[in-house]
Design a protein. Structure first.
Length: 454
DNA sequence: GAGTTTGAAACT
DNA sequence: CAGTTTCAAACTC
């Protein structure tokens, strides 16, 4: 991977003429890319962290460095290109990549994640303070100046995400980042924002950060791009080995339950060293484990295959099963039941589907019941008797009865599907009926009380 | 929640 | 490369 230098000249004040070093970028993956940059050699690396000059963006200055550090996120497709910053459309969209900004004194590695659901991630609050652009891939990106240099901004609409425009040595602390909007949302949720202060780079002891990134550049679950990743519980690895999911995903730990965690900015040196060690051991350590299979095979498959011995590849111990893909020819598993025609697998799938449907039905029924009661509270006039303690009969309407019946039917279906004995089923249904009654009574009582007070 | 099982990662 | 150990997540009770 070579580093290319690009001049920014057009539309810039000549005194601001700057050199930009942009490295070719790598493909998106589960892993972050600082790993790629570390292998390039170089005496000093810095993990780039968010800009701070915009209301929703954090800028952190590392002592001893003249540069504003940023963390960048970019799209999942496209190829590396050479860029002419400020020029006409000389660039094409690029892949999520790590970037090395060679400023002459400091090399900064930029972990970059694929931005997948950018449209929905763009916070409304920031669109007024940052320039939002839409490219052919319908991804929105932001140009966020680390310091004010507004005349540059309009010329970067064609830069790929993940591009850092850094100044030549001696030109001051000015840097630009083209960042997909999703990352701004990450920033808002990340404790990176709270851990950094505008006066300097101070991270309180124990503070952990975790920028959420899609796993493998793919969504392993329908909502994986929006759901916070599970916190790790590492106790011995210092979160600096691939045992740690956060580390393996190229993320900082944040809100984890780990002990003696070194996977944070506070232990940047150790972290980068660990990344290098992992890469020395396995250059593909941070590459996606789930990739495209050979022709004729499933689109997605485990890059190395699993080695399961006892789980039949039908438990989450199995990386293939966990990724919701079938085992392939490269797996070395024993007694595998994770293949297309496997009856065990089909049964598991049916059970999982049924469970999901049950949960949805039950949730819907309960929501409807609550809605009916709530609706009644607003449109009925409770009948209160003077001290008689009777509840308003108007609450037992046709709608409430129907909603109650739905709850009971759902409970019946659930017990039937799970093969519960009849006696237990009846008991569960009765209990559900009791819950419904309690809700009705509670609502009616509240309405009565409200009426008395009014 | 504690203890067990599991398989990937790390180590020898 | 193979065997063993370490580790943290998944799972069971």
């Amino acid at each position: 991977m070579s580093t290319k230098t690009i001049s920014i000249s057009e539309s810039l004040n000549t005194s601001l003429h700057k050199k930009i070093a942009i490295s070719p970028l790598k493909s998106p993956s589960k892993s972050l890319k600082p790993v790629q940059t570390v292998t390039m050699g170089g005496s000093h690396f810095k993990t780039i962290i968010p800009l701070a000059t915009q209301p929703n963006v954090q800028q952190i200055q590392v002592p001893g460095s003249r540069f504003t550090y940023v963390r960048l996120v970019t799209s999942t497709t496209a190829n590396p290109t050479t860029l002419q910053a400020g020029g006409p459309t000389t660039s094409t969209m690029q892949t999520a990549k790590p970037m090395v900004v060679n400023t002459g004194t400091v090399r900064m590695s930029v972990p970059i994640a694929p931005a997948q659901t950018m449209k929905q991630m763009v916070p409304k609050s920031i669109t007024t303070t940052t320039q939002v652009m839409t490219n052919a891939q319908t991804q929105q990106r932001l140009i966020m100046p680390a310091t004010s240099l507004p005349q540059i901004q309009p010329n970067f609409t064609n830069l790929p995400p993940g591009t850092v425009l850094a100044p030549a040595p001696g030109t001051g602390n000015v840097g630009y980042a083209v960042v997909p909007a999703q990352y701004v949302a990450q920033l808002q949720q990340s404790s990176l924002v709270t851990m950094a202060s505008s006066s300097g780079f101070h991270t309180p002891t124990g503070v952990q950060t975790q920028a959420r990134l899609p796993v493998n550049g793919l969504s392993t679950a329908p909502d994986s791009s929006t759901r916070p990743r599970k916190p790790c519980n590492c106790t011995k690895s210092q979160c600096l080995k691939l045992y740690c999911d956060c580390f393996a995903n190229g993320e900082f730990c944040n809100n984890c339950n780990c002990n003696n965690c070194f996977n944070n900015l506070e232990h940047e040196t150790e972290r980068l060293k660990a990344i290098k060690t992992c890469l020395d051991r396995n250059p593909g350590a941070f590459k996606p484990k789930i990739g495209k299979g050979k022709q004729g095979e499933s689109d997605r498959r485990h890059s190395k295959g699993c080695n399961c011995k006892r789980s039949g590849c039908l438990k989450n111990y199995c990386e293939c099963y966990e990724a919701k893909i079938m085992c392939s020819s490269i797996c070395k598993c024993v007694g595998c039941k994770n293949f297309e025609e496997s009856p065990e697998r089909k049964t598991l799938m049916h059970l999982a589907d049924a469970a999901e449907v049950r949960v949805q039905q039950q949730t819907a029924a309960k929501t409807k019941l609550s809605s009916q009661i709530s609706d009644l509270l607003t449109r009925t006039t409770p009948i209160s008797t003077s001290g008689g303690g009777r509840l308003p009969y108007t609450f037992v309407t046709k709608e409430v009865v129907e909603a109650t019946c739905e709850c009971l039917l759902d409970q019946a279906r659930q017990t039937e599907l799970s093969g519960q004995p009849q006696a237990l089923a009846e008991r569960l249904i009765l209990e559900e009926f009791g819950h419904c009654l309690m809700r009705i009574i509670s609502s009616a009582g509240k309405a009565k009380s409200d009426c008395i007070n009014c």
